[in-house]
Design a protein around this ligand. Structure first.
Ligand SMILES: Cc1cc2nc3c(=O)[nH]c(=O)nc-3n(C[C@H](O)[C@H](O)[C@H](O)COP(=O)(O)O)c2cc1C
Length: 190
């Protein structure tokens, strides 16, 4: 059920490094994203697959995880994601004013496919674009906009139903469960 996949598609920030997602699997996730809707059908998104350990680590060193949990080192040492998909905008495509909407649709398409295969991940927007562009020699027409970190999650994430006026800040319990508050249905329907 798609509904269950969406509920399972939480942000995970700790992974079992013994489980590697290979290049072909990553390609098939992007192939799925390729069929997603695109405003004016312009398809301005491009994808860099990163799966060699040294490259994954180099990218990760330019990312920020769990900004609301500043006392934690995330992902923890020895629990890093094993692959990354860097989603980029091709700025030569004209009229990319809706490209952020395309980005969200494509990114979730990738995440849901990964979750269906038993993996999980985290969207990372907090990263150094210049460093990443230099690392992969992207020219000025290619702008990296989102990193999708993927792997086999090895942490527990639970959802807490909240009212719309309660804090949406995520937190960790004493037994290290990650809690994600989600505003209840009746409070988001207008
Ligand atoms: C566009 C976008 C960018 C995000 N960037 C980051 C990020 O840079 N670092 C991070 O740790 N989490 C990032 N997240 C994950 C959010 O913190 C997460 O979605 C939120 O806490 C809710 O948790 P959930 O995904 O399990 O519902 C991002 C999520 C989205 C949708």
């Amino acid at each position: 059920m798609v509904f269950d996949l969406i509920k399972k598609a939480r942000s995970y920030r700790s992974f079992d490094e013994s489980v590697v997602i290979d290049e072909n699997q990553l390609k098939s996730f992007v192939d799925g994203a390729r069929y997603s809707s695109s405003a004016i059908n312009l398809q301005p998104l491009r994808y860099k697959l990163v799966y060699e350990k040294n490259e994954v680590e180099a990218v990760l060193s330019n990312t920020k995880w769990g900004g609301m949990l500043p006392d934690l080192k995330l992902p923890p040492d020895g629990h890093h994601p094993t692959s990354l998909i860097i989603v980029c905008k091709d700025k030569t495509v004209k009229n990319i004013s809706y490209s952020d909407i395309d980005l969200g649709i494509a990114a979730e398409s990738i995440m849901l496919q990964a979750v269906e295969k038993g993996y999980g991940g985290c969207f990372i927007a907090a990263f150094s674009k210049n460093e990443i562009s230099q690392m992969f020699s992207f020219d000025e027409t290619i702008e990296p906009v989102l990193i999708i970190a993927l792997g086999k999650p090895d942490e527990t994430v639970v959802i807490k139903e909240i009212g719309k006026n309660e804090s949406t800040k995520y937190y960790r319990t004493d037994d290290n469960h990650h809690v994600v508050p989600k505003i209840k249905l009746s409070d988001i329907l207008l």
